[in-house]
Write a protein that binds this ligand. Sequence first.
Ligand code: SF4
Ligand code: SF4
Length: 443
Amino acid sequence: MTREDARAITIGNALDLRLKILDDRFQMALSFPCNASLYLQQQQHQEVKEKQRNYNKGLQAVKNLINTIGIPSISVSPNESLRKGNWVKLICGASFEDIVDIRNLSLIYTLAGVDCIDCAADESVVTAVNEGIDVAGEIVGLLRRPWVMISVNDDEDLHFRKAEFDPEDCPHDCSRPCEMVCPANAISLELIPREDKSTHGKAAFGKFQGGVITERCYGCGRCIPVCPYDKIRAVTYVRNAAETAQLLKRSEVDAVEIHTSGRQTDYFEELWNRLGDSIWHVKLVAVSLPYIGNSTVSTMNKIFSIMDPRLSCYNLWQLDGRPMSGDIGKGATREAISFSVHLAALRDRPHGFLQLAGGTNLQTVDGLKKAGLFQTTENGSQQALIGGVAYGGYARKIVGRVLSQIQSHYGLMNIEDHPDHLLDALREALTLVGTVKCYNIPY
Ligand code: SF4
Ligand code: SF4
């Protein structure tokens, strides 16, 4: 063997050796990710199983709470509740159109046993309400669904307006009281600093961006007087009668509420006529009106005479005490109570159930009890004098606290995906609904 041959063999062996090392490394490189990904997969699988366990446990806690309380309205029909005087309506808001919140609110309050959910006369809102009810049914199995009611107006009305302003008109040093006072978190402002050549690259006074989140604004008007620069205006609107009539013909809608000021029954009559035969499709017609002094009952009688020829379902009078104020404080409910005391004392009031709204909150039932009107009947009647209570701002506020907590963590979400939070929200809702339904709440 020559020196060259030996060298060639050595080189060959070295090459073989290097190839082998590379091959081993390659195999290792191949096998390591395989093991790692298997490990990761197992980890993920464990996490998913753990999450599923917690999820099932959370939902079971929700079901247990409902079973412990034995929520009767999940099986008792809404009209029966009206007759007994324990009807509860959730008011999502005639102008509130945030469909994520509306879906979650509907789910929670359906579980809590409300008889009716009142919402904006808008197709996507109605769909969101029904979806919330469907999911509640999947969780507990409903023997009956709450009625879905849409709200419309015959003329200008506080419930049918939106706040508006141009944030670019706002002085940069405004402390934004509008944002702070809004109960619906419907105002969001951000001060954008502006770079200016004259300031040599330093931030100059900026401009506000954002403004009113239209779908969240429900027209309470609280932002308007607090603006020191008078920048906010209210834009009112009247729901389209033809579109309302189409919605009423759909099976997803059970009831309609007509808001009227009571000052002009001509407007009511015009809307009633335009709704035409769509009224035949609903189970309940509600008329919401404020107290208008001595003419209240005569106006109600006039309205009833307009409806009567085409009224083949239940009818209800919503006594709107102090509109959209239930979340303000305990005393907000006084006007609704005194409205009901006034009407209950009259013998010539028109046919139909009576229900409180406007300023209703946790104190409302106590107020009714003190007035001797809670679930009491008139002589010889099987029907309660006051059919029940509708809750709006207060109901949304107590559950809204939980909803906004979750949203700040997870963004927009379906509350049933977070059963612990669903349980928290349900406890809040049960405390309120339970005042009318007389639940025995174990907490
Ligand atoms: S009107 Fe009420 S809900 Fe609308 S933006 Fe103003 S404070 Fe908020
Ligand atoms: S309070 Fe008035 S001026 Fe100030 S940010 Fe709000 S709308 Fe603009």
